[in-house]
Design a protein around this ligand. Sequence first.
Ligand SMILES: O=C(O)CCC(=O)C(=O)O
Ligand SMILES: [Fe+2]
Length: 360
Amino acid sequence: MASRVAVSDSFKHFEFDTTLKLLSSSSSLNSVPSKFHFTNERSAFPSDSLPIIDFSALVARDNPPQRSKAVHDLATACRDWGFFILVNHSVPESLMEAMFKAVKEFFSLADSEKKQYEAKSASDPIKCGNFNVANTSNQSFTLWRDYLKLYVHPTFHCPHKPQLLRDMVQEYTQITRKLALELIEAVCEALELNQRYVDEILKMESSFQMFATNYYPRCPQPDQAIGLPPHTDPGLFTFLIHNGVAGLQIEHDGKWFNADSPQNSILVNAADQLEIFTNGKCKSVKHRAVVNEEKDRISIVVANGPSGEAVIGPAAALVEKDGRAKYYAMKYEEYVESQLTKSRVDGKSILEQQMIFSTY
Ligand SMILES: O=C(O)CCC(=O)C(=O)O
Ligand SMILES: [Fe+2]
């Protein structure tokens, strides 16, 4: 990492200065301004062997052998990679296209219009602008991306303009919520956890679902800035689609892999609450978003969590089988807030802080 701005009392995670979209469209921008400086090694291996999960087989309840194979494949993917490509998921291609049109309309609004959604605190249900992160030496830098983040369930929050965004986010998050529920039920089935865990422990009926979209403008020096530094996601399963421009990388066996995906598929990763709830049987995979010199990249992300009120620790039946709990429990809404405000780029993640290490 190169020089950055030292963290002072005025350090703010949330910032709305000038959007990056506006800054990077200036023809004279030929180097990364110092506040974005983050030296990164963005090379990664190709991702030929990423698991592919066929959603239609997973929900084929009239074909038990097919379903049980899909359930098994899902559990294996969550254990070995913490990441997979979901195909035959039933989300219409036209809805995905409309989502990209809608978020582009949002990012193209004037800064003065977007500024009303500048976050004042971590718990604001609508946030947009830039995001600053710090490292353990108390130096901060700004990420090379503009973002919009919304809390969409159990209460729906979305800007009123553009109307297309409001309509599409509502439709897309409703469909993806159903997909997430199916995935969670399948993981529970694979681990022999009954429906009570889904309904009463995770409280999926009031699942806390977040929608985010990231706009990563092309970058004059992609090795000197980062879209999103390595992190894991809160929640159970994160769904990601992108505009066809590569940039997502995932960590596997201590190496970075490019997470390429076929068109119309959804990239899914197991997230922190799934790792905790399954007592480590599913892995919350570290990932990052790198930027490039040629093309603007947009990703659309849905983080599907348990209820914000749910206190998530390892499932009792698994603790019994494993002989010990490997994680502390925490209320999910507190976990989300801690991750937004307390994480340090090169420090222990909130997930690592929740781990209980065996004393023998
Ligand atoms: O844009 C991407 O590829 C990654 C986004 C992501 O990891 C996130 O929003 O948590
Ligand atoms: Fe993420």
